[in-house]
Design a protein around this ligand. Structure first.
Ligand code: CA
Ligand code: CA
Ligand code: CA
Length: 456
């Protein structure tokens, strides 16, 4: 029985990257099928390190599992890496990495690497050079330190060997210059803190830098470096898969800049050098406009691979930015080296998981109000000649309903349900009053086109 439980646990670790302690009984009754391979890897791990271990998961990045199965060397079958801690009764036991390889078709632990870290931030499998083995980049966490450390490993001759290490605040590994090989992008505070006493080294400049490291044949070297906004305190979201123009990949860095505000920096390459247009007037003005209180990050809103930067504006009729009642629209801008361009404007409610794209002719002329019903929004004509509370010419109304809420169904008899483009926790209904015959008339079909399920 214990064995079955362990095997079910392993499956969850392989595929979900986390184990929920609140599994419902249905999940437990119907254990998912796991492959023989996964059982064998877990058995090899137990044989090597025993079962008195805690598996650890990367907390960010694409690989969120304690087990990673991957071909790491020039021998064509897969290897597995397992992240774990031993000695459960020792708090903050060092993190260890076990390497499990196939010897004559049998999974067997071949290496065990100890670290001084207490957790894993993220893991990458990349290629910094054309010929060498896969570069395994592991970002480690340390309990007493906000700085992390990235270690680059190669797996050669059944040994996982550290090649280089770098401290960082943020780590990204991807192909920024689109030449087919990956670069390492590191954000660091300078002066870097002394690892012994966490004090800054004397005489160093203050600031935050972004460095790009690439391999030109002799291991990673710093190829370019730029300063980031000195006001940036931390970086809650960095996008690496977007472009500023059709052929120019960029980093889109959403940063906390103090006072509860977020800003967005863009960094791209020009002739192999990192460019931060922060001081170019065209970007500077967009940066200022895009400073926002709400945790809305850059997004490819129109799915053309070019990433848009959000600018938040109050709907007409609202003047107090501090008011929790204020209603905001988000304008999405593309940054271009010559000019910035607005591509769309939406009404977003991330909590309720939806957005409405606003037609350009509505901007400044249509506003939105909460109604007396929970989770209901009324779009009205905006007439600045009258007090805002008297702006009550309704164009349409929308309501968010939890999918399990049956009580309100009767109230919704005159509403129409919107179709969802993907699964959502809620149902969305719209009501179009017959009495409205003004300039902003919409039909159900148009509303359906304006509506979208919002995913971050
Ligand atoms: Ca292999
Ligand atoms: Ca590259
Ligand atoms: Ca876009």
């Amino acid at each position: 029985m214990k064995r079955i439980a362990a095997v079910t646990l392993v499956f969850l670790l392989f595929f979900t990257g986390c184990v929920s302690t609140g599994q419902n009984s249905e999940t437990l009754l119907k254990p998912p099928k796991q492959t023989e391979e996964q059982n064998e890897i877990y058995k090899a791990l137990e044989e090597a390190v025993g079962s008195n271990i805690t598996l650890r998961y990367p907390i960010s990045g694409d690989h969120r599992s304690a087990f990673v199965i991957r071909d790491l060397d020039d021998e064509p079958t897969n290897e597995a890496l397992v992240f774990y801690q031993q000695n459960l009764n020792i708090k903050d036991a060092p993190l260890r990495i076990n390497v499990i390889d196939q010897i004559d078709g049998v999974w067997k632990s071949v290496a065990d690497v100890s670290t001084s870290a207490t957790g894993i931030d993220k893991v990458y499998f990349k290629n910094f050079r054309v010929d060498g083995p896969t570069d395994v980049v592991i970002g480690f966490n340390y309990i007493k330190n906000t700085e992390h450390k990235a270690v680059v490993y190669n797996y050669v001759d059944r040994m996982l060997t550290p090649k280089a290490e770098y401290s960082y605040l943020n780590l990204e590994v991807f192909d920024l210059d689109l030449d087919g090989l990956d670069e390492m992008l590191l954000i660091n505070r300078i002066p870097q803190l002394n690892e012994v006493d966490n004090a800054p080294a004397s005489g160093a400049a203050n600031g935050t830098t972004l460095r790009m490291l690439g391999d030109e044949g002799e291991g990673l070297v710093v190829q370019s470096e730029v300063m980031l906004n000195p006001s940036a305190e931390s970086f809650p979201s960095i996008r690496t898969n977007g472009y500023i123009s059709s052929a120019k990949r960029a980093l889109f860095i959403d940063e906390n800049i103090g006072g509860g505000y977020l800003g967005t920096e863009v960094v791209y390459l020009e002739n192999g050098k990192l460019i931060n247009p922060f001081n170019k007037p065209v970007y500077r003005s967009l940066y200022k406009k895009s400073q926002r209180r709400s945790a809305v990050y850059c997004h490819d809103i129109n799915q053309d691979t070019i990433v848009e930067i959000p600018v938040m504006r109050l709907f007409p009729g609202y003047t107090d930015e501090e008011s929790p009642e204020a209603m905001w629209m988000i304008e999405w801008y593309q940054y271009g080296e010559e000019e910035t361009q607005k591509v769309s404007t939406i009404f977003l409610n991330a909590n309720w998981g939806f957005s409405f794209e606003l037609p350009e002719e509505w901007i400044g002329k249509v506003s939105v109000k909460r109604t007396l019903t929970d989770n209901e929004y009324s779009f009205v004509e905006y007439d600045e000649s009258r007090p805002f509370e008297q702006n009550d010419t309704e164009i349409f109304r929308m309501r968010v309903v939890t999918t399990t809420d049956e009580r309100t169904r009767d109230e919704l008899a005159s509403y129409q349900k919107l179709k969802l483009s993907s699964t959502a926790l809620y149902d969305y209904y719209v009501y179009i009053p017959d009495s409205y015959d003004g300039a902003f008339q919409v039909d159900y079909k148009t509303l359906q086109q304006m509506f979208d399920v919002w995913r971050d």
